[in-house]
Write a protein that binds this ligand. Structure first.
Ligand SMILES: Cc1ncc(COP(=O)(O)O)c(C=O)c1O
Length: 912
């Protein structure tokens, strides 16, 4: 049997164990009991033993049924056993148990086809009541457990919108394992009888408990505190769930306690109806989609359309002689739901008071923000809104140079003075990493020394990066606040919306860290630690500040914004994005300017279908985000494992690990890879808790230099043209495979098949190759894997755009508009006049953004001095699109006269 360490998650383990048991019991069923090989029997025993550790946490098939299976096995009733195990496995795979009772007895004549849920139409599925499980935590006898479950069953009413089953576990530890493992659980009832320790003890359970971070202090806790503590612990790992605490303690005792995710306290143990109604209401609150529901209702109303929207109600299509195919392709509903705020009935995105407002509030709860705003034109727009709302002309902003182009344009619009921050380079793979905290602190300290700290407004970073590098968000914010206590943070989480729904990932999201920081800054421990550190740092030089892990002062303001392309990682139509805010000064200082910025960039005709999809996407993640993200991680992990351990694939490909993409000094845990062929999985939790950077394993970067193809050729000519596999990003010698919440095990299997086929074809090709051909292949591989052009840093802004030499901020807006006058610009050819000018030591300054796509961040911005390294990099670039560069003309640069014409006194200095 595979070892537990071969499995990244227990969901897969469980499903594989049941499949294995089905195979084994089917074989047993075919043999006469006296002829059963001992090995087969032992294998069945093993599988029963391992499932016995997992099944107590699930309602279906339930321990009573499981014990019955075991009895059938012990009594050699193999045919009966095989039948029941087959039924269970099938019901688990199709999800049939969610919709109806699954009879396990052979004599039950219900037709097998009824099991086939795949035959259910989408409409039928939409009509069935959603199913979930309720975890009851109480140390009870078997008899009492039956009584509890019976009481729960008796509460069911025909009008209930959902249906649920109960799972009973005895202890706090079991409850934590259950919520981390059983994604069907939506509510927890904590009863006074719970104990602390689990009676089950095995590797996988320990792994789960570690993830919940159970503090050692639990052992010293008095039993009456287990209930409240459990509610607090669950909040850390599954904040979206509802808990109900049944207690015998006095109201006064409970009042004022931090009860985590507890929604209500019950003082009467036997009030099952009240509990039932609360459970349904709690799940109903997450299931609610105010805007989607309003839009569906709207589309049912008969209305005459007398405003500018001919497509509304499909009128311009149904009456057409030429575009009927559009109506046939999309179906009627999409047009029935096409509407706008001005046509009445629904809310307005620009001034929401009704269902859009409510939908945004629900999204705010789901993503842990204080305010959430929807956007219907992507995070590109969200970024510009946040920058415009917060940055005034002349404010200094520290910007990750490799961030998405929308930020750079945002800086131009806002008139910011930009300090570009360099990411560490990954020369070997021709990609950038992320910005080290030292670099950020270094720039802040320089600005402080130059007396400019008061003008520093914002730090802007990408979390996670395109390639999956994730910051230690908490640490970055705390250390920066120690230098600049009112710094505003904008975290571009375009790729990270899903992170909120995995306990491991969540701890590195902007909103979670902002909320933690708010709490921490209020604590007396923080104040004491800060005072102590300040005494030590008094008069200390900058290099001591750089080396010290700084503590933020209690007076620091937590001002955090996150922009998220919901459409990139969760269910939403294209361009559906959100802005999440956790800013203590939002109401006092920003609300008005935020409103103006929102008005500046938001269309007055926002697409309501997009808004509805954001609302539904939020419902999904609140109810099943945990499950979907876990499955996604699992699919990515199995992909990493399959490629890493396949001997044929290892010849030509390499999956880049955390060790490949994050230098040692940023990986305090010392973990280099989440999967090792010898040791299996490393628990990611440790690295995600402490390292400066971690790698999001759902983004799989594959080094393909060993195939002799560069990334772009591999993507277009091999993956796309030959196998129909689409990917988004490549570098000189890598391709990036992104998984998402829709990625299935079969799509991963297909990819692996394709890679194996490519490797086999390469083998064949090399087998038959002439010596010359072999040499040429080796040369190509060497060129891709050994000779790599170094990645240039941001050079600097030209003096014309800098107030002084002390610090590096530049006035990108002046440079940008200077280029509007064609007379200020000239064109230089990369291999000709530009090279000659640089060789002659001339200073050449870019007049445009030069943005290779992908990945879509600039290697030159207006006003930036062009270095020889940048020229070398541009010449080696292997992408088809370079925005801002015209191959027929050359690179657009400023003339010397134009640079000399820029007034030297910067407006903000005059204002100071
Ligand atoms: C880091 C980052 N931010 C923002 C965006 C823009 O997002 P959207 O496509 O939603 O406009 C992208 C797009 O790829 C991105 O990679």
């Amino acid at each position: 049997m595979d070892s537990v360490s071969d499995y990244y998650s227990a969901i897969q383990l469980r499903s594989d164990r049941w499949s294995a048991l089905r195979e084994v019991t089917a074989s047993l069923g075919r043999e006469a009991p006296s002829k059963i090989p001992a090995k087969l029997r032992a294998r069945a025993e093993d599988l029963f033993d391992s499932l016995a550790l997992i099944e107590p946490y699930w309602a279906f098939p339930g321990m009573a049924a499981f014990d019955q299976l075991r009895r059938s096995f012990n009594h050699n009733s193999f045919e009966e056993l095989a039948f029941s195990v087959h039924r269970i496995t099938r019901a688990l795979t199709t999800g049939a148990y969610r919709r109806r009772h699954i009879p396990l007895e052979r004599e039950n004549t219900e037709a097998e086809e009824h099991d086939d849920e795949a035959l259910l139409s989408a409409e039928m599925r939409a009509l069935t009541k959603p199913y979930f499980e309720v975890l009851i935590v109480d140390s009870v006898s078997e008899h009492q457990e039956r009584w509890l479950k019976m009481n729960v069953l008796e509460m069911r009413r025909a009008e209930d919108p959902f249906i649920y089953e109960a799972v009973v576990v005895p202890s706090l530890e079991d409850a934590l394992i259950a919520v981390l493992f059983n994604h069907n659980i939506q509510a927890i009832v904590v009863r006074p009888g719970l104990v602390l320790k689990s009676k089950l003890d095995n590797e996988i359970l320990t792994k789960y408990l570690n993830r919940a971070g159970t503090p050692d202090a639990l052992d010293a806790m008095s039993p009456e505190d287990y209930g409240p503590e459990l509610c607090r612990l669950i909040q850390r790992v599954r904040p979206e769930l509802d808990a109900y605490l049944v207690t015998e303690r006095s109201v006064e005792d409970i009042a004022g306690m931090d009860l985590g995710i507890c929604r209500r306290v019950f003082y009467n143990q036997e009030d099952f109806l009240e509990l039932h109604l609360n459970i349904l209401r709690g799940v109903g609150a997450r299931n609610k989609t105010p805007f989607f529901t309003a839009l569906v209702e709207y589309s049912k109303q008969p209305t005459g359309v007398f405003h500018a929207m001919p497509i509304s109600r499909g009128k311009s299509i149904t009456r057409s002689h030429w575009i009927q195919d559009m109506g046939a392709f999309y179906g009627p509903n999409i047009f029935l739901a096409e509407t706008s705020a001005t046509s009445g009935g629904l809310d307005s995105l620009l001034e929401p008071h009704g269902p859009i407002k409510e939908a945004q509030e629900l999204a705010s709860r789901a993503f842990g923000s204080k305010q959430t705003f929807f956007a219907t034109n992507g995070t590109s727009t969200c970024n510009k809104i946040v920058v415009q709302a917060l940055v005034r002309p002349g404010d200094i902003v520290l910007v990750d140079r490799d961030c998405h182009k929308s930020h750079h344009y945002g800086m131009v619009l806002a008139g910011a003075e930009v300090v570009y921050l360099d990411s560490y380079p990954l020369n070997e793979y021709s990609m950038y990493g992320a910005v080290p905290l030292q670099e950020i602190k270094h720039q802040l300290l320089k600005l402080k020394a130059a007396g400019k700290l008061h003008r520093v407004r914002m730090l802007l970073l990408t979390n996670c990066t395109f390639d999956g590098l994730v910051y230690n968000v908490d640490r970055v914010m705390e250390e920066c606040l120690a230098i600049k206590p009112d710094l505003v943070f904008l975290w571009d989480e375009a790729w990270f919306a899903f992170a909120r729904f995995s306990p491991t990932y969540r701890q590195r999201t902007a909103m979670r860290c902002a909320n933690n920081l708010r709490k921490r800054l209020k604590s007396s421990e923080q104040a004491a630690a800060y005072d102590k550190q300040q005494k030590k740092l008094k008069d200390a030089p900058d290099d001591v500040w750089l080396k010290t892990r700084l503590i933020a002062p209690p007076k620091a303001r937590v001002r955090v914004y996150a922009t998220q392309s919901t459409h990139k990682t969760l269910t939403s139509l294209r361009q559906g994005s959100m802005i999440h805010v956790s800013d203590q000064d939002f109401k006092g200082e920003v609300e008005q300017s935020f409103h103006e910025a929102y008005m500046t960039h938001t269309s007055t005709s926002p697409n309501y279908q997009i808004i509805a999809s954001l609302d539904v996407g939020r419902r999904q993640v609140e109810l099943e985000g945990f499950e979907f993200v876990q499955r996604q991680i699992e699919a990515a992990m199995s992909m990493r494992r399959a490629i890493t351990s396949h001997p044929q694939l290892r010849k030509y490909f390499k999956v880049l690990t955390a060790g490949d993409m994050i230098p040692d000094n940023f990986r305090q845990s010392g973990v280099t890879s989440y999967y090792d062929t010898e040791q299996g999985w490393t628990d990611m939790w440790d690295c995600w808790e402490q390292d400066d950077f971690v790698l999001d394993p759902t983004r799989v970067t594959l080094a393909v230099g060993g195939t002799g193809w560069d990334g772009d050729t591999f993507k277009t000519e091999v993956l796309m043209d030959k196998y129909g596999i689409q990917i988004n990003k490549t570098s000189r010698n890598t391709v990036l495979f992104m998984t998402n919440i829709g990625t299935t095990r079969s799509s991963v299997a297909y990819l692996i098949e394709v890679l194996v086929e490519i490797a086999n074809e390469l083998d064949d090709l090399l087998d038959d190759a002439s010596r010359m051909e072999k040499l040429a292949f080796e040369k190509r591989v060497r060129n891709l894997t050994e000779n790599y052009p170094p990645l240039p840093d941001f050079s600097r802004f030209h003096e014309a755009f800098r107030p002084d030499e002390l610090t590096s901020e530049g006035d990108i807006r002046t440079a940008y508009y200077l280029a509007y006058d064609e007379a200020n610009c000239d064109y230089l050819e990369l291999d000709g006049s530009l090279k000659d000018a640089l060789d002659a030591g001339q200073e050449v300054v870019s007049a445009s953004f030069i943005i290779p796509y992908p990945p879509g961040f600039p290697i030159l911005v207006p006003g930036q001095v062009i270095s020889k390294e940048i020229l070398a990099f541009m010449r080696a670039l292997d992408v088809n699109e370079i925005h801002g560069y015209r191959a027929d003309l050359g690179l657009r640069v400023f003339t010397a006269d134009a640079l000399a014409s820029v007034p030297r006194v910067m407006p903000k200095q005059a204002a100071e």
